[in-house]
Design a protein around this ligand. Structure first.
Ligand code: GLN
Length: 534
């Protein structure tokens, strides 16, 4: 294709319509036609990145290979399309402003008055085009966070308006809205959609394609009405009904011709509809599975989005193990020695979740002890791995008050500690080990067999590390450090070889599991868990 094409995805009426899933599905469908794609997200909040946000605000913080802390939608982009995103795929209002203000301080604007239009909008446009101009992509899909009509969205809409004008047919606008069903009237209502499109028009943008989120099927008369009122072709009014799984969405979108409609709008020959073979195979496996595998997730955030990537990784792994996943969230804050057995006994496997701060850590340590002593498959991720180390230190090595210096700075046995070079850095920004790091796997270890290679790259997001001073004691007592960073010697993985499955990773394997490439660690974990507690 001669030039890069741009697809803008916005949302109206309400939030949480699944713009991320739609953007990912569009990416998937275009990829299936042989196009190179990337997907980026603009978030309208002022934070520089979501790294400092409480998961209760925006769910999980997703980390890219180059160490950017981003919105969880980037996780969907990677899981659906298998692409690797980077810091260029995630932008916030905060970063846009910061970049403009930095330029202003450097004198780059030569004495001009800095304004939202054109300076902020130009910066947004520059960032939209940046990925396109690398020449690496046929399509750049840009998802705008938030809801149309919010004050925060205005500069983004203005940037899209200008880009659409400049790019002509090389840009399309896809607008996602909501069609509520009124039970009392037994009717679906299109008025909110009409208003949302009016809002778009008042910003100078005519949406080319509308995607209507609905709980009930919309008939053709309804779609025609929307088409007529919103100046959109009938074939460009697509419905997105609730489906049993987000992974059904690309197939549903393809069935209604979303990808074909995009290509037609851009004047690109449509050609044959691709088969989506491996994807459909995954869905078949998923739908065929009847037996359940029960996994307990021990964490402190009682919110479905807080551990999004872990949930998805477990579900990919279950599918490829011909099982239906049944995840039970177990709040570690309320775990006590008295209720431990009752809370954990029904689970085929336990995941000890990542996290920051003291709250809920003692419960995680209890759950870890339970898994270790009852031979229950257990996967500890980041803080979860640290809890495994602490539990082992306390109960096997006899270091009674062993802890992480994050939880207890005065502990006698800081088995998890901050490295010397980090201690001089002040504030919370900039002190984390973020993004991809090499890890060498020990010969003869379980993880080496699982991964089937001797060196891996996995993504990190943490401040504290296993303290190497105690490593010989752990090794001697049966907890092995089987993954090591070759540059720094830091411990990346611990395992207890005598246990059915007891593996803790300082990194986050969940960021790299995708639909077509499920993660080996999760696959192996579920494979062991599904044997049950025989
Ligand atoms: N709080 C721990 C640390 O900073 C673990 C972080 C995490 O689980 N992501 O090292």
């Amino acid at each position: 294709m001669s030039s890069t094409k741009y697809i803008f995805v916005t949302g109206g009426v309400v939030s949480s319509l699944g713009k991320g899933i739609i953007s990912s599905s569009i990416g998937k469908l275009l990829q299936a036609r042989g196009y190179k794609i990337t997907i980026q997200k603009f978030d309208p909040y002022i934070n520089i990145d979501p790294g400092t946000l409480n998961p209760y605000e925006h769910g999980e913080c997703y980390v890219t290979i180059d160490g950017m802390e981003t919105d969880l939608d980037l996780g969907h982009y990677e899981r659906f399309t298998g692409i690797q995103t980077t810091r260029a795929n995630s932008m916030t209002t905060g970063r846009i402003y910061k970049s403009v203000i930095d330029k202003e301080r450097r004198g780059d604007y030569l004495g001009k008055t800095i304004q939202v239009v054109p300076h902020i909008t130009d910066e947004i446009k520059r960032n939209v085009r940046y990925l396109g101009e690398t020449g690496d992509y046929d399509f750049v899909i840009t998802e705008i966070g938030g809801t149309i009509g919010d004050i925060e969205s205005a500069p983004f809409l203005e940037a899209i308006r200008q880009l659409k004008w400049e790019l002509g047919r090389d840009a399309v606008s896809i607008h996602l809205t909501y069609v509520p069903y009124l039970r009392a009237a037994d009717e679906l209502k299109t008025k909110p959609t009409q208003h949302s499109v009016k809002e778009m028009l008042s910003n100078g943008i005519q949406p080319d394609i509308l995607i209507l989120r609905t709980e009930k099927h919309l008939d053709d008369a309804m779609r025609s009405k929307v088409a007529g009122f919103c100046n959109v072709d009938l074939e460009c009014v697509i419905q997105s009904e609730d489906l049993p799984s987000i992974y059904e969405v690309p197939v549903n979108m393809q069935r209604q011709g979303l990808d074909a409609a995009i290509l037609r709008k851009m004047g690109i020959p449509v050609g044959e509809t691709p088969q989506l073979g491996p994807w459909k195979k995954f869905l078949e496996l998923r739908n065929a599975a009847t037996e359940e595998v029960h996994i307990g997730m021990v964490g402190k955030y009682d919110l479905q989005d807080a551990y999004k990537s872990i949930n998805e990784s477990l579900s990919h792994a279950a599918t490829y193990n011909n099982r239906k996943i049944k995840i039970t969230f177990i709040n570690s804050e309320f775990l006590t020695p008295e209720n431990l057995e009752e809370q954990l006994c029904g689970q085929d496997g336990l995941v000890i979740c990542p996290g920051f701060g003291q709250r809920g850590t003692e419960g995680k340590i209890l759950a870890t002890e339970y898994a270790r002593t009852h031979n229950v498959p257990c996967l500890g991720i980041c803080l979860g791995m640290q809890m495994m180390v602490i539990e082992f230190a306390r109960n096997v090595l006899g270091l009674t008050d062993a802890n992480s210096s994050e939880m207890n700075p005065d502990t006698q046995y800081p088995v998890i500690d901050m490295m010397e070079e980090q201690k001089t850095i002040k504030g919370l920004g900039g002190t984390m080990r973020l993004g991809g790091y090499d890890c060498e796997l020990r010969e003869g270890s379980r993880v080496r067999t699982i991964y089937g290679k001797d060196c891996i790259v996995e993504r990190h997001r943490h401040r504290y590390e296993m303290n190497s001073r105690y490593t010989p004691d752990f090794e001697a007592a049966g907890m092995h450090c089987v993954g090591t960073n070759p540059q720094t010697g830091l411990a990346e993985i611990v395992e207890i070889p005598s246990h059915r499955f007891f593996i803790g990773t300082q990194f986050h394997p969940e960021y790299q599991s995708t639909v077509l490439h499920p993660h080996p660690l999760f696959l192996a974990f579920i494979e062991e868990a599904k044997k049950g507690n025989a």
